[in-house]
Write a protein that binds this ligand. Structure first.
Ligand SMILES: Cc1cc2nc3c(=O)[nH]c(=O)nc-3n(C[C@H](O)[C@H](O)[C@H](O)COP(=O)(O)OP(=O)(O)OC[C@H]3O[C@@H](n4cnc5c(N)ncnc54)[C@H](O)[C@@H]3O)c2cc1C
Length: 501
């Protein structure tokens, strides 16, 4: 995947996608697989918006059942199955535990009914049936779980991902099928012919150059920026989004091997305590937010809310000083006049403006492929090129050619034997790059010093940064530290050291 501005000026394209989060990435891949000429730009790094700030869950969303969003849950569970098959190196099953407490907002029987419905909706794609857990079992398995009022619980299975890398991998797969992509290229206006959009005026945020990209159809997939881009196109008649802010805290590993779905003691909202990449995540908040997506902050209140939630359920408690870092994103939810933030629909809406612009509002990460299928069907109809969607069976770029567990063991051993990589690092490379791991390890032949770790406490080796520069379009330190690895999330001081800030 190479950044080439020349390729972008060599239009006209069939479709130009604005936004390289998961929504835009999905449309780029679907369109490229249908044989369309595709261009995609992002004003920052790929996945630098909401698509790197999620709870990292590929899930049906048990909590959406409470609001009656059954079709969404059904679709998301189907997409979970497809993602586990098409990107098994980046999406893994995860066990969830729901503890039941006396007097809680959701009664035991309601949990049991919800979990049974969840199993039913997953159908043949179910990972494992939910199972009741006795109070004594929970106390034995999770000695840190506070047991006052604990009456029992249940376990069920969902899946977990690396959101930023999955997004980049969808883009890489699109590039392999001919899409022209560039990060750090911002749409600042539109080219119009007879009032109809015929392309975008863009600025290269690296070199400073301005130019136009021409396309028969422009798709606005800018997530929380969708309304701003509509205004840029002169289509500002209504507000399409009602964004909510979501904050997560990152703590050192709390020793949990399962995720916890919990109800916050202050407002009864669902929140998670999750094991992720050797750390523990606590999140998320869900508050209506009018702040610019370019200037989001984590407030003391956000942090206090999440710490209070964690500490209500677990001892020893987490203190502010224990927190390694936090991250924040805006859910680009469809505007709807009523409802508290948690009950706002996660469905998406495709808006066709009089200027011809197609804008995408809402959606969930998990359902990006299905969203892209619907959007690309509309694009295909507008182009007059009826071609079928091929993403259901499209393995992503790093997906191995054989069963994941067998591949992981074989490739880990092979990296050790062929490149002298230690077992832990080799396993880490395979889990991150899938079948591309050997290409990363091969850099050690160029320079054995590239085998040294970037940070002594973490598995990343220096060769990854060179590989990411040459094959994953990483341009700046934060591209490596926040999206292609998570070193900067876990050790924020690295961003200051490496960035020289
Ligand atoms: C706290 C939180 C937790 C979540 N957890 C989950 C979860 O566990 N599972 C799940 O399925 N979903 C989850 N979601 C939802 C999911 O993360 C989002 O629906 C999804 O990431 C949105 O992707 P997007 O591509 O639409 O937007 P974004 O990822 O924000 O991408 C939009 C892109 O557009 C670019 N852009 C903006 N303006 C321009 C311009 N003028 N020119 C060019 N580019 C531009 C931006 O730089 C950005 O990269 C969560 C969301 C939040 C906030």
């Amino acid at each position: 995947m190479r950044r080439s501005l020349d390729a972008l000026t060599a239009g006209p394209f069939d479709v130009l996608i604005l936004g390289g989060g998961i929504t835009g990435a999905g449309v780029a891949l679907d369109s490229a697989l249908r044989g369309f000429r595709v261009a995609l730009i992002d004003k920052g790094d790929f996945a630098s918006g909401t698509s790197s700030a999620s709870s990292k869950l590929v899930h049906g969303g048990l909590r959406y059942l409470e609001h009656g969003h059954i079709p969404l849950v059904y679709e998301a569970l189907r997409e979970r199955r497809l993602l586990l098959r098409n990107a098994p190196h980046l999406v893994h099953p995860l066990r969830f535990v729901v503890p039941f407490f006396a007097g809680a907002r959701v009664a035991r029987w309601q949990w049991r009914a919800g979990l049974s419905l969840y199993d039913l909706l997953a159908g043949a794609g179910n990972l494992r049936r939910n199972r009741p857990l006795h109070r004594s079992h929970l106390r034995r398995e999770f000695p840190d779980l506070n047991s006052a009022g604990l009456t029992g619980g249940a376990e069920y299975y969902d899946a977990q991902m690396d959101d930023a890398r999955l997004c980049i991998e969808v883009l890489r797969t699109a590039a392999a099928h001919g899409a022209s992509l560039a990060n750090y290229v911002e749409a600042v206006g539109f080219e119009k012919v007879n009032g109809r959009i015929a392309g975008a005026q863009v600025v290269d945020r690296v070199g400073g150059e301005s130019f136009a990209i021409y396309a028969r159809q422009v798709v606005n997939a800018t997530g929380p920026w969708v309304d701003a881009v509509c205004r840029l196109a002169g289509d500002a008649s209504t507000q399409h989004l009602r964004p909510t802010k979501g904050v997560h805290l990152i703590a050192p590993d709390r020793g949990l091997r399962s995720a916890f779905l919990l109800l916050h003691p202050e407002d009864g909202r669902v929140f998670f305590v999750l094991p992720w990449q050797g750390k523990t995540l606590v999140g998320a908040t869900d508050t209506l937010c009018d702040d610019s997506p370019d200037a989001l902050t984590v407030t003391a209140d956000d942090q206090a809310y999440l710490l209070a939630g964690h500490n209500h359920f677990f001892s020893p408690s987490l203190a502010e000083a224990d927190i390694l870092n936090s991250f924040v994103g805006l859910r680009p939810l469809v505007h709807s006049s009523k409802g508290d933030p948690s009950s706002l629909p996660r469905e998406f809406r495709l808006i066709a403006s009089p200027s011809g612009l197609l804008s995408v509002a809402g959606g969930k990460y998990t359902t990006y492929r299905a969203m892209a299928e619907t959007i690309t069907d509309v694009v295909a109809a507008r182009l007059g090129k009826q071609r079928h969607c091929r993403t259901r069976r499209c393995a992503l770029d790093g997906a191995p050619p054989e069963r994941w567990t067998a591949f992981l063991e074989r490739e880990t051993a092979s990296l050790g034997a062929c490149h002298g990589v230690g077992e832990e690092t080799a396993r880490h490379l395979v889990e991150r790059y899938g079948r591309r791991a050997a290409e990363v390890a091969a850099y050690l032949e160029r320079d054995p010093a590239l085998g040294k770790p970037v940070d002594p406490g973490e598995p990343e080796m220096r060769a990854e940064f060179v590989y990411q520069q040459e094959h994953e379009m990483a341009l700046f330190p934060e591209d490596h530290l926040l999206r292609r690895t998570h070193l900067g999330l876990f050790r924020p001081e690295l961003l200051r050291w490496i960035g020289g800030g």
